[in-house]
Design a protein around this ligand. Sequence first.
Ligand SMILES: NC(=O)c1ccc[n+]([C@@H]2O[C@H](COP(=O)([O-])OP(=O)(O)OC[C@H]3O[C@@H](n4cnc5c(N)ncnc54)[C@H](OP(=O)(O)O)[C@@H]3O)[C@@H](O)[C@H]2O)c1
Length: 289
Amino acid sequence: MTKIAVIGLGAMGAALAREQLKGGHSVTVWNRTPAKAEPFVAKGATLAATAAEAARVAQIALICVDTYASAEAALGEVWQPDGLAGRIVVQLGTGSPSEARHFAEKVEVAGGQALDGAIMCYPDSVGPNSEELIMIGGPEPAFRAAETALRLLTGNLQYLGDNIAAPATLDTAMLSISIPLYAGIAYAARLCEAEGVAVSDLARLDSHGPAVMNRLEVIAADAFPLGSLHDGGSLAVWTDVAEGLARHARELGINSEIPDFMAELYRRAVDAGHGPEDVTALVKLLRDI
Ligand SMILES: NC(=O)c1ccc[n+]([C@@H]2O[C@H](COP(=O)([O-])OP(=O)(O)OC[C@H]3O[C@@H](n4cnc5c(N)ncnc54)[C@H](OP(=O)(O)O)[C@@H]3O)[C@@H](O)[C@H]2O)c1
């Protein structure tokens, strides 16, 4: 039985704790708001008083809070020499490649081994039989030691080698495809509307697959759900993503014209009042011009 800590019991952290308990591990949990730990304590988990205590009692700590900065602050007492000696810390929140590198360096200075992961699914899909992608990067010995626990989270675990920033890089790259794709869908629909061709025909005949078809159908029906169609994020959430991609491009020193343009377009749609709706509501901005 491996001693696992789960630090952060929000929607995703709760799914991680659920699967570690089901997998028969000894699980210690910590959450900023302790009430969220109660269902896990009822199922046999131990509640730690602090995040640092949780990380120290475990062999492997899975961290899943909102940002890397929150995780770093919450783990306060471990950031000293030997504060994490012999521990493996797996950061499973969403962050940038540079945040992944920075966090891993902190873990190593504290005597631990760091892995970094990107979870590409919703909490309900987490589980050993899931086909959803979870990517892990970091030193291979640490990955092998954590592999059994990590394989409880998905049947599609991809180890990307010792580049700690590889999962965050690929996550960022995939989002860099999604952001212009949604803008392209909105523009294609607007073009059909202006030419008097049914957007439903574009949805029916386009060959890009279900992700595009489903969004074209929303525009064709002119009924934009609040929140999100599929992706766990409203237009406002995707605008934050677009702005993050533009910042990342500038930080990296690469040409940022595409993410800058996208971020501005998305922001204008939010400023026009469409932020709470599905990302397909981008088309409403194009209808106004
Ligand atoms: N949900 C998804 O579909 C999904 C998919 C892939 C990746 N992720 C990533 O997983 C991470 C967690 O997402 P989530 O969906 O679990 O979010 P969530 O439900 O909003 O939960 C956020 C978690 O972060 C904690 N937190 C926030 N600020 C904190 C602080 N300053 N110090 C300590 N803890 C803090 C919260 O604690 P409290 O309970 O005290 O507020 C809670 O445990 C994010 O990085 C997200 O991008 C989520």
